[in-house]
Design a protein around this ligand. Structure first.
Ligand SMILES: [Zn+2]
Ligand SMILES: [Zn+2]
Length: 646
């Protein structure tokens, strides 16, 4: 018998040679039907793999990321078989599972694959899937493996095999198809019920542009047709909400080839929106005891050598700026932290004056490859809502609680209600990897864990994920389309205080090192606004949206009254536009809808006589004719319902 321990902590005995499927069956028939992959003692196994020793077993279904990985990895074998049967003589290279689906890189020889070919490939793949062919792993010798692919003239697989050790090479067979593979499959092809080719792209063999360009075929598959339909709908919605598209339509930002790739230019509406966002955070930070500081966009190279950022960013980022003076070198700042350390060093502090909380909307510059750039989410210059807290080790816990409060307030006010936190701790087995005393690490880790517990955060703990210089807590939010984004980080740092020789005088009159906390609830203004655009589809919260209302006079006759309304709204600090164009009200409404303006205020004969406005909400709800005063109250009430006080 062997002892199998399961994730719930239970340990069960099974006859030697039992499979993960047997274990699933012992739990429930339902689980046995749905289990598609498994992990045994840190290694991926098939559900039919006989288990011959004691160990811990995790069973995966489609609903887990690992289950999806096995599903999509297996689907790439199906794709490869379909392609090989349809295009004899092609050369298969590699085909991994990815975040959403899988791809296969193929040398198609002379054939150019296009979307016209997709339906036939999908049909073939589904035919193969219906055969319910089991995936069978088979060890092969290096010679056998090389012979197999040499006979097919496939120099790519030959190259892969040549880099493998004899004795660790496996093939995977299903139906009449064989592939080089390390394993991790669903039980048989029949689990795949829906199959879609998404697109094709060029990809160099091994990512090297000196090598031959291959065709990367992207696909996705699902255990139910309905799930594919839903996925495609979600993609459509994501396309509509793409922040690059919305940012252009709503005139928030632009890019210019002349200015340079990855360097966003904020248009007036976008700049004003960003300023509102900054002021919102500034106000909350002021209440939380932060002080604003300002630092330059460049610093001497030595500053970043001291901080260690030169080692991290120097070679691969913007190169030093030279001056007429020989040996003088400056760098565009990749991080604000070194500057803030020197602000702390400007005068001596006693423990009574701590914590010091320095905040800055600091712009930093990092060189990203042009292929990596993406709208506002991957740029070369961006502004962090940065702050650094310098405190004593005893104050760490309270500071963490306060930063969590601030982050929750910020996320809540912007409509992010679905989030989790990830706490990254040391790998307890490798203490040599980390800087700082064991005692301080223990203090910091328990400070973070206790703060997360006290604030009732929904959090997961990842051992071994901490940076070498300190543990951290990351907020992950789920957006309206169910996608996960990593947002604000709260990071403890023992390294920079050491490197910059920061100190304070303790109650014992001795000099001590403060602990540093880096935190940024938004991360960066650019990325956050991109995320907010996609989360809200451009329908920002009322307090933040560029134009809150638009006045639509029915005809020229009512212009004077319309201007009076505009004036009153401006006095009440409501951001409003006046559409005086000689167009029908119907057309003006349609355009205001497109521009996502929350309130349309229609004024005509009746409204002018009665000193009212007819209010139509974005989306079509008609509030009828109300007085201006009532409208101002309505706006205030709606703002107060989302923008909670801190
Ligand atoms: Zn495989
Ligand atoms: Zn920092």
């Amino acid at each position: 018998m062997i002892k199998i321990s399961l994730p719930d902590g239970s340990i069960k005995e099974f006859p030697k040679g039992s499979t993960p499927l047997d274990v699933a069956r012992s739990i429930s028939e339902g689980l046995a039907r749905n289990v598609i992959s498994a992990k045994f003692n840190k290694g991926v196994v098939e559900v039919f793999t006989p288990l011959n020793e004691d160990g811990s077993l995790i069973l995966y279904t489609w609903n887990s990321p690992e289950g999806k990985k096995a599903f999509w990895h297996s689907s790439s074998h199906i794709l490869a078989q379909a392609l090989e049967e349809m295009y004899p003589g092609i050369k298969l290279t590699i085909g991994p599972a990815i975040e959403n689906g899988f791809y296969y890189d193929v040398d198609f020889g002379k054939h150019v694959l296009s979307d016209k070919d997709f339906p036939a490939i999908e049909k073939k793949a589904i035919e193969i899937a219906r055969g319910k062919h089991p995936f069978n792993m088979r060890p092969v010798s290096k010679k056998e493996a090389l012979d197999f692919y040499q006979s097919q003239d496939n120099e790519y697989k030959v190259e892969l095999i040549e880099n493998l050790e004899d004795g660790e090479i496996t093939f995977c067979d299903h139906d009449s198809f064989t592939d080089l593979c390390r394993g991790g499959h669903i039980p048989n092809t029949g689990f795949v019920k829906a199959f879609k080719i998404m697109n094709v792209a060029g990809a160099y063999w091994r990512g090297d542009e000196n090598n031959k360009q291959l065709t990367r075929v992207y696909g996705i598959s699902f255990p139910k047709q309905k799930e594919l339909t839903e996925y495609l709908e979600l993609l459509e919605e994501a396309k509509k909400r793409d922040h690059r598209k919305l940012g252009k339509e709503l005139e928030l930002f632009t890019f210019s080839k002349k200015v340079g790739q990855g360097l966003p230019l904020w248009l007036p509406k976008g700049a004003a929106l960003r300023e509102r966002l900054e002021n919102f955070l500034k106000k909350a930070q002021k209440k939380a005891g932060y002080e604003m500081v300002i630092s330059p966009h460049i610093g001497q190279k030595e500053l970043y050598v001291t901080s260690g950022h030169y080692a991290k960013y120097g070679e691969d980022s913007f190169q030093p700026i030279h001056t007429p003076k020989a040996d003088e070198e400056f760098l565009l700042k990749p991080m604000n932290c070194p500057h803030h350390c020197e602000i702390y060093n400007a005068k001596p502090f006693s423990y009574r004056e701590l914590p010091k909380r320095y905040a800055e909307f600091g712009t930093v510059y990092r060189y990203e490859q042009s292929g990596e750039l993406h709208g506002l989410t991957r740029v070369r210059g961006f502004t962090q809502d940065d702050a650094h807290i310098f405190c004593t080790p005893e104050q760490l816990h309270q500071e963490f609680l306060d930063v969590i409060d601030l982050s929750l307030y910020v996320l809540g006010s912007l409509g992010f209600d679905d989030f989790t936190a990830q706490v990254s701790l040391r790998d307890p087995e490798k203490p040599e990897k980390y800087i700082g005393s064991l005692e301080n690490w223990e203090k910091a880790e328990s400070a973070i864990l206790n703060a997360a517990k006290e604030k009732n955060l929904n959090y997961v703990v990842e051992e071994g994920e901490a940076a070498f210089y300190g543990p951290k807590l990351d907020f992950m939010v789920k957006d309206a389309l169910g996608r996960n984004w990593q947002l604000g980080t709260i990071q403890v740092d023992y390294n920079l205080p050491e490197r910059f020789e920061l100190s304070y005088k303790g109650s014992d009159n001795e000099s001590h090192r403060p602990v540093m906390i880096h935190r940024a609830p938004f991360g960066s203004m650019e990325r956050f606004i991109a995320l907010l655009l996609e989360h809200t589809g451009g329908n920002f919260p009322l307090w933040l949206i560029p134009d809150q209302a638009i006045i639509l006079p029915v005809s020229e006759k009512h212009e004077k009254y319309a201007e009076k309304v505009l004036n009153s709204l401006e006095n009440a600090e409501i951001r409003a536009l006046l559409d005086m164009r000689n167009e029908t009200v119907g057309k003006k409404i349609r355009e205001a809808e497109m521009n996502k303006i929350p309130f349309m205020l229609i004024v005509g004969e009746k409204e002018e006589e009665e000193n009212t406005i007819s209010v139509r909400k974005h989306g079509g709800e008609d509030l009828g004719a109300i007085s201006l005063k009532d409208f101002v109250n309505l706006v205030e009430k709606e703002i107060n319902s989302t923008l909670k006080s801190f």
